[in-house]
Design a protein around this ligand. Structure first.
Ligand code: ADP
Ligand code: MG
Length: 250
């Protein structure tokens, strides 16, 4: 993975980001109707993700980590409270505007890569740009650039079934990055990979963070990864209760 990221960092900056927070939420609550009663999964979560910051969210299974990530990414709506992406309150936008804001500022990587099996790595990565109506030649060239950046220049025509687990996850990361988002949200991105492959993915995230200034919010069970990031937040009983900055703990 020696290939350099050939990306114009000027262009990689998001168009308009409120102050230095790329993503924020205030008093975020989420309830689900379960077994005839309301289950409050998140109760007043406060969070601000700064540009270029790498943040871990840890917590027990069922504590609401995926719920929080989906709310932050505008994939689901909160019961109350607000989410701001690039300074814009998602609740004040219609579905089209929300989709546009999400696509131009955020990228998503899931535990299971969610790639489309009938398409090549290149086609999977170009897909978000084509959906955003970018011309095919331009989408292809952007997808090639980012696939080279994640070390998959030689694998672009392969389908997911012809790639290893680590390679598939790198394709998923490339797909999340191709729109040049300010922030990438990852839900247990290495939970399904062996340690050595996970370490490769971590190295890649760090490099992209340094070279492109992308923020990462990573839900993880991996204590090594959580400790290596700028901040680690614990989701317990619906609240983000601990929040330390690495520099405070020397
Ligand atoms: P985590 O990602 O930390 O494992 P989740 O956010 O997936 O936790 O789930 C938190 C809680 O919310 C769990 O008790 C789960 O059963 C419940 N939950 C998640 N999604 C839904 C849903 N769509 N409908 C009802 N309950 C849900
Ligand atoms: Mg989850």
């Amino acid at each position: 993975m020696n290939s350099r990221v050939e990306i114009d960092t000027e262009q990689a900056q998001p168009a308009q980001v409120g102050e230095d927070a790329v993503l924020a939420c205030r008093q975020l609550r989420k309830c689900y109707r379960q077994g005839g009663r309301d289950l409050e999964v998140l109760s007043g979560v406060e969070l601000e993700v700064k540009r270029g910051e790498k943040l871990a969210i840890v917590g027990a299974s069922g504590s609401g980590k995926s719920t929080l990530l989906n709310l932050l990414g505008g994939l689901d709506t909160p019961s109350s409270g607000e989410v701001r992406v690039a300074g814009r309150n998602l609740a004040e936008l219609n579905a089209n505007e929300r989709g546009w804001l999400r696509n131009s500022n955020l990228g998503f990587v899931y535990q299971f890569h969610h790639l489309l099996n009938e398409f090549s790595a290149l086609e999977n990565v170009a897909m978000p740009l084509l959906i955003g109506r970018r011309p095919v030649a331009e989408a292809r060239s952007e997808a090639e650039t980012i696939l080279k950046a994640v070390g998959l220049g030689e694998r672009m025509e392969h389908k997911p079934s012809q790639l290893s687990g680590g390679e598939r996850q790198r394709v998923a990361i490339a797909r999340a990055l191709v729109t040049r988002p300010a922030c990438v949200l990852m839900d247990e991105p290495t939970g399904n990979l062996d340690r050595a492959t996970a370490a490769e993915i971590h190295k890649l995230m760090n490099r992209l963070n340094q070279e492109m200034g992308i923020s990462f919010v990573i839900v993880t069970h991996d204590p090594d990864l959580a400790a290596a990031l700028d901040r680690c937040l614990h989701l317990i009983d619906g609240q983000l209760i601990a929040d330390w900055h690495q520099g405070d703990h020397v």
